[in-house]
Design a binder for this molecule. Structure first.
Ligand code: LFR
Length: 494
């Protein structure tokens, strides 16, 4: 029996998707969520001069297309939610119009600013006030870069909207600021959960452009009349979900009561654990952890690891050279290779920017006195072994910080389609990996909508629904001795 239909927009750094979620009651009386992708579109960053931008209007157009398609296919979603990558934003002028194209978080204009702001306030103070791992793309550095460039856009700005809030605004005309995205700015005080206006003022960043954050599950408002008219569809109500994709993914983890540790695996790898309050100790700062807000008002203590980006960039290069392999093929090829021949620290900053990734992997191996991977499969194997080992070090650091011992690791997100990586991860951590669901961000997005609609009372019930609806693959660890030995070698690289 159909209960409710919702629509989730889940936008990643390379593609966006629209998915329909149907909440039904099965014959056994249990509720289930069924998910169906109805539209997928590329998200292509555009280089303009020295800057890298998101093509935000193209994304809007694709989302409108998906809304129309949903109704054409006979679905009648009552609500929709948008989740995207973190940190990026658009600025509105006094008339509510968008000021230019938002910058892409890999735009190099923030280079050197981590050090500059650190010199002004001190690292520990900044961590206490912002709670985040110091990543060059955090919103604070992007705004400071604009301020230093005397950006007229910044001067004209009256409202700042983070990407998902911006897309919701362009569809509904309603302005909101959702909490989980707000915590990726480094400008929201993690303890008071209020904007850090004094820090903004000291940096010369306008403090009056930020709206009061609202929690995931807040109803925002209906599609604008213009959009309904243009698309010829009835109104659908926007809900503020955990609009940061990582946080939507965490909301969908099929974990029961009790502490758990997870890896959200996609372009980035986020290894973390859920806490009620942020952990702002010097140790958390030294180990380079972030405190990011999420669904249920929880905080995620997590580490950003460079992730499958490195492999994605290599693949892009090989595709351009005419050596086209799917990710599944690359995994199969990598599996045939000798393990642990050479290892990289995936978080070496050389891997952050796009282009020449194969050469970057090779140069890392050359400089660290290891055999240089030559073929596609050697490079892929090197990346996957290294990621798995990096996940182990993050897990151990979390255990150090929380004093917990976790029995295994949940893995969610598109990266778990790479079965080799799941298996290598289980081996590296010496514990089981529970992989699923793949569509975690979209599912978490839908779960927040069900919370807004009163269909789920809280995060725990939402996670039960996820667990009841989507199977989990279990990977048991093996070859522990050789992995333990290799881990010692890997640690020398960190
Ligand atoms: C993952 C993610 C990470 C964030 C990075 C950049 O998609 O949202 O959580 O640190 O992208 O925004």
């Amino acid at each position: 029996m159909l209960q409710t239909t919702v629509l989730a927009f889940d936008l990643g750094a390379s593609s966006g998707r629209a998915l329909i979620g149907k909440l039904t009651r099965a014959e056994d009386g249990e509720r289930r969520l069924e998910v169906e992708e109805i539209h997928r579109f590329p998200n292509v960053a555009v280089q303009v001069g020295r800057h890298l931008h998101w093509d935000i209007l193209r994304l809007l157009q694709e989302m409108k297309h998906a809304l129309r398609k949903a109704f054409q296919l006979g679905f009648k979603p009552v609500t929709f939610g948008v989740d995207t990558w973190g940190v990026d934003f658009g600025l509105l002028d006094a008339n509510g119009e968008l000021l230019g194209n938002p910058y892409h978080y890999r735009d190099p204009h923030t280079e050197g600013l981590i050090e500059e702001i650190e010199a002004l306030f001190g690292k520990e103070e900044l961590f206490r006030q912002g709670g985040l791992q110091f990543m060059p793309f955090n919103t604070i550095y992007q705004l400071y870069a604009m301020k230093k460039a005397a950006s007229p856009k910044l001067e004209a700005a009256r409202t700042l909207l983070l990407t998902p809030d911006l897309l919701v605004y362009l569809l509904t005309g309603q302005r909101a600021c959702e909490f989980s995205m707000a915590t990726t700015t480094q400008l929201l005080h993690p303890e008071s959960r209020q904007w850090n206006t004094s820090l903004m003022e000291k940096l010369g960043i306008p403090s009056d452009v930020f709206l009061e954050p609202v929690y995931p599950g807040t109803r925002i408002g209906p599609l604008s009349e213009e959009v309904c008219e243009e698309l010829g569809i009835p109104s659908v109500e926007a809900v503020a979900v955990a609009t940061h994709d990582t946080e939507s993914a965490v909301a969908a983890i099929p974990a029961g009561a009790g502490a758990f540790v997870y890896l959200v695996c996609g372009t980035w790898s986020l290894v973390g654990t859920e806490l009620d309050q942020p952990l702002l100790t010097a140790e958390a700062m030294e180990l380079e952890f972030s405190n990011e807000g999420g669904a249920g008002g929880k905080y995620q203590l997590l580490k950003n690891i460079m992730g499958l980006w490195i492999l994605q960039e290599c693949k892009r290069e090989w595709d351009e050279q005419g050596n086209v392999y799917s990710f599944a093929e690359l995994a199969n090829m990598a599996e045939q290779e000798e393990a642990f021949r050479s290892l990289i620290n995936p978080d070496d900053l050389r891997f952050f920017g796009p282009s020449n990734m194969t050469e970057k992997v090779r140069s890392y191996c050359r400089e660290s006195g290891q055999p240089v991977p030559i073929t596609e499969s050697e490079v892929a194997r090197c990346i996957m072994d290294s990621l798995a080992l990096r996940y182990r070090s993050a897990l151990e650091q979390i255990e150090k910080l929380t004093g917990e011992r976790y029995g295994g690791m949940h893995m969610v997100g598109g990266g778990i389609q790479n079965k080799l990586l799941c298996r290598l991860t289980a081996n590296a951590i010496g514990r089981p990996v529970w992989a699923g669901p793949v569509e975690a961000s979209a599912i978490g997005n839908m779960l927040a909508q069900f919370m807004a609609l009163g269909k789920c009372t809280d995060l725990a019930e939402a996670r039960q629904l996820s667990a009841a609806s989507f199977p989990v693959d279990i990977y048991e660890p093996s070859d522990m001795d050789i992995w333990n030995e290799t881990y010692e070698r890997f640690k020398q690289l960190l």
